[in-house]
Design a protein around this ligand. Sequence first.
Ligand SMILES: [Zn+2]
Length: 188
Amino acid sequence: MNIKKVYEWFIDKWLASLLTATIVFILNYYKDLPETEKKVFFHFTSIKTFLNSGIAVWQVALVLVFIVILHFLQIKKLKKEKSQPPKKKIPDDAPFLKYKSDKFGQERWSWDYEWSQYDEKYSLLHIAPNCPKCNTKMEYDAFGGVGTCFKCRIDGKQNTFKVNQLPNDIGKEIERRVHSNEFIDKVI
Ligand SMILES: [Zn+2]
């Protein structure tokens, strides 16, 4: 149930009708009063008489309690909406998400994608060269410009290789290949 709509309907229609009905009721009540009482109608005593004879206090109180409850529910709902902004659905079927490895010059590099909720787009993550001997993704050391292959290290083979490309260039080239749709032929 949409509390806000009920609340708006209540304020717009029901409460307006109630106020109109009350005013009409008071006017009718006033019209039917004897002339002597009309003069003192807006005095405290006449209002007291009106409340006793017209609308019982508990009925007024009930309506007020109802309004307060609706108001409370409305505030609670607004707070909930504020604390939980509507989450945008992450597009997980974009074709480029399968494009995670490619050759750049003589070297093969691999990478991942990360969804940024803030920017509402994907960015590149873990860009690293693959081992030239066994094609395993290597650990890249930017200072030495070398990649280390854990698999070749386990196998007791040469495991450190000179890397010529720069991750920054690779990142830019991946974006260029994605935007130009060149990647499509390379996705299996
Ligand atoms: Zn290797």
